[in-house]
Design a protein around this ligand. Structure first.
Ligand code: SF4
Length: 346
């Protein structure tokens, strides 16, 4: 098994992807070490999001808040605004909580073991292992979708996911070397992202071709197997886009708990099978002919969009007016921005 890790590290030394939060293998050999803050931030952003989608966000965050102390001192609204569009907003709230705990309780220094990292807000087993391996070079197996796929193929595991997870994790732990475990963790991820891809693995140029059981059996493309997911339900909702005569928009900050918690959004109804009208201000509402469609982790959403222009001086039942000069559509989560885009395009 040592040969396997060595072959993979040799491949990584030549083909490592360049990423803004990564210290590449040659820099690492020269003694450069990754900044745990940047590793943590990138790992939280990358959960369920692609590298391509994260790059700009990472750049903006680290430019605006170069250290964990800077982030800890940021206003909640500013962080939620920068996060808008990345989705999974509970992660942004936990990101801020975690930064504040690290700044306050750890003097701005991230703990370096998996156990201590796990005690921080928003850091689960995957992120703790990733930070501990990548930032602190500890031999922690890091299980993401890429690693699961590579393990399922290397050892030709036909048990469907998620039931196969413990078995795949055991194989990943067995392969993790004591030397350069941080580079090794990133090498497996890179292999899964660029060579051992879901639909058409490039076995012909893979450094793990000789020991790979699925390649030998011709089953690579059908692994890992997955238990079919239940279809997602569809919910409906209504949002109200009110603009005052002076251009200000009526917005509300959603409660901290729950979906899109803490994010700015349009006032609206609950989201369920038969939403009830809940206009935030008395007005002559017009309904847009098209609807917003958006998919969350557990359901599809169809939003009906109402629009009205309201006179100055009229008070809303809920929400607050944001002057046009202070309104940035990019501060809205994607589903709310879709409603705004629909109105603009209407
Ligand atoms: S040989 Fe093919 S299936 Fe096996 S690890 Fe490499 S790319 Fe994946």
């Amino acid at each position: 098994m040592e040969t396997l890790a060595r072959d993979l590290l040799d491949w990584y030394d030549r083909h490592a992807r360049v990423m803004p939060w990564r210290v590449g293998p040659s820099d690492r050999q020269r003694g450069l070490r990754p900044d745990p803050y940047r590793v943590w931030l990138s790992e939280v952003m990358l959960q369920q999001t692609t590298v391509a989608a994260v790059r700009d966000y990472f750049h903006r965050f680290t430019t605006r808040w170069p250290t964990v102390e800077d982030l800890a001192a940021a206003e909640d609204g500013a962080v939620m605004g920068e996060w808008a569009g990345l989705g999974y907003y509970a992660r942004a709230r936990n990101l801020l909580k975690c930064a504040r705990v690290v700044a306050r309780d750890h003097d701005g220094v991230f703990p370096d073991t998996r156990e201590d990292l796990l005690a921080l807000p928003g850091i689960g087993p995957y992120t703790a292992a990733a930070i501990s391996a990548i930032a602190f070079d500890r031999p922690e197996p890091v299980m993401d979708g890429n690693v699961e796929r590579v393990m399922a193929r290397l050892f030709e595991i036909h048990t469907p996911l998620p039931a196969a997870k413990p078995e795949l994790a055991a194989y990943a732990a067995m392969l993790t070397p004591q030397e350069r475990p941080g580079d090794y963790a990133q090498a497996v991820m890179d292999l899964g992202a660029t060579i051992c891809t879901p639909k058409s693995p490039a076995c012909g140029i893979c450094p793990l071709r000789p020991p790979c059981a699925a390649r030998a059996a011709g089953t690579a493309a059908e692994l890992p197997k997955k238990t079919p997911k239940k279809p997602k339900p569809t919910r409906r909702g209504i949002v109200y886009l009110a603009q005052r005569e002076d251009g200000a928009w009526l917005l509300e900050r959603r409660p901290d708990r729950g979906l899109l918690g803490g994010m700015l959004g349009w006032p609206g109804s609950d989201w369920d099978e038969a939403p009830v009208e809940a206009p935030p201000i008395a007005a002559d509402w017009a309904t847009l002919p098209a609807e917003v469609r958006h998919t969350f982790t557990h359901f599809h959403l169809i939003l009906s969009v109402r629009h009205a222009v309201v006179p100055l001086g009229q008070a809303p039942h809920s929400g607050h007016f944001v002057p046009q000069s202070a309104f940035r559509p990019s501060d809205l989560p994607t589903v709310m921005r879709k409603a705004f885009d629909l109105l603009r395009g209407a």
